[in-house]
Design a protein around this ligand. Structure first.
Ligand code: F6P
Length: 315
């Protein structure tokens, strides 16, 4: 999100637009909590975002706002935007952020453009969300280390990764780290079917196994999966690891920095061209705008080619 903010601020400056950063999302908007700008004002200038390309987390901070979810809170947020005479709002975040943008657009007359910022890669209207590539990089780095331990001790590891209801982080991590098994919310497999696979893997001589478990998978996570497979006759000795919030940190990888810079620049251009109620995304290399409603209602499906690929490379 930091490279995205840098791109938004610098594009706005080049276009002579005055730009403010609102901290802590909708909660911060209700508190009129602005990011410190230049010359003791809240107006952000070119130098306010220096060095942001490589900073992990979000300097604007983030929150889940219960107040904003009420009609009164949304009305109050609209009044604050009017009071400060803002013409447009750019929101960066996941499903909840986009839903908030839709709610706000109903009661506020300004332009609203969303940018997909979530590690989950679960939004319709873009091939990749900002943060996904970095989360996969971090997960693969961890799994590579676990594989060393698994190899040395002849173990099977269940590694749980985030992703809410979406298996994209798990699938990409599994392909990139050379995992044998991926348990995804989009694919139903019984413990017996997985154990059958494991017995085959054992027969062909694999002494260590990595299973990537998506947090949204029906199994209930890495520990539950370990138990279930043991009961179903898993031939391997096992350990479980939950990577959890580790995946949300770290300096963004170049692919995320480029995507974030592109989408930030594109969002400002869209506003200058009078667009509103849309999310900026990148599909097959093209920068596109998709109605916010579609982005929260429609769902991307798991990449079937990648699923097939995993089966082949994991064999
Ligand atoms: O949406 C991003 C995400 O990191 C999901 O992958 C995860 O399910 C959720 O947020 C965790 O949220 P919290 O930090 O509130 O537990």
């Amino acid at each position: 999100m930091n490279p995205c903010l840098r791109s938004i601020v610098r594009t706005a400056c080049v276009c002579n637009a005055e730009i403010y950063g609102i901290r802590r999302g909708y909660e911060g908007l209700l508190d009129e909590d602005f990011y410190p700008g230049q010359n003791n004002t809240n107006v952000m200038g070119l130098r306010c975002v220096s060095g942001f390309s490589k900073i992990g987390g979000t300097v604007l901070r983030s929150s889940r706002s219960a107040r904003f979810q009420t009609p009164e809170g949304q009305q109050q947020a609209a009044e604050i935007l009017k009071k400060h005479q803002f013409d447009a709002l750019i929101t960066i975040g996941g499903n909840g952020t986009l839903k908030g943008a839709i709610d706000l657009a109903r009661v506020w007359g300004g332009q609203v453009i969303g940018i997909p910022g979530t590690i989950d890669n679960d939004l319709y209207g873009t091939d990749f969300t900002i943060g996904f590539a970095t989360a996969v990089y971090t997960a693969v780095d961890a799994v590579d280390k676990l594989r060393d331990t698994a190899g040395s001790h002849e173990l099977m590891f269940f590694v749980e990764v985030m992703g809410r209801h979406c298996g994209d982080i798990a699938l990409s991590t599994a392909i990139a780290s050379g995992a044998e098994i991926a348990c995804l919310p989009e694919v139903q497999e019984s413990p017996e079917q997985i154990v059958k696979k494991l017995k085959k893997i054992r027969e062909v001589g694999k002494t260590s196994v990595i299973a990537i478990v998506a947090e949204g998978d029906e199994s209930g996570g890495a520990f539950a999966m370990q138990k279930m497979l043991k009961a179903a006759g898993n031939p391997y000795e096992c350990r479980a690891v939950v990577l959890g919030h580790v995946l949300r940190g770290g300096s963004p990888v170049p692919a995320d920095r480029v995507l974030a810079s592109e989408l930030g620049n594109f969002a400002v251009s869209a506003i200058i061209q009078g667009e509103s109620g849309k999310m900026a995304g990148r599909i097959r290399g093209e920068l596109v705008l998709t109605p916010l409603e579609d982005c929260v209602v429609k769902h991307r499906t798991i990449d079937k080619d990648q699923l097939r690929l995993l089966q082949i490379v994991a064999s």
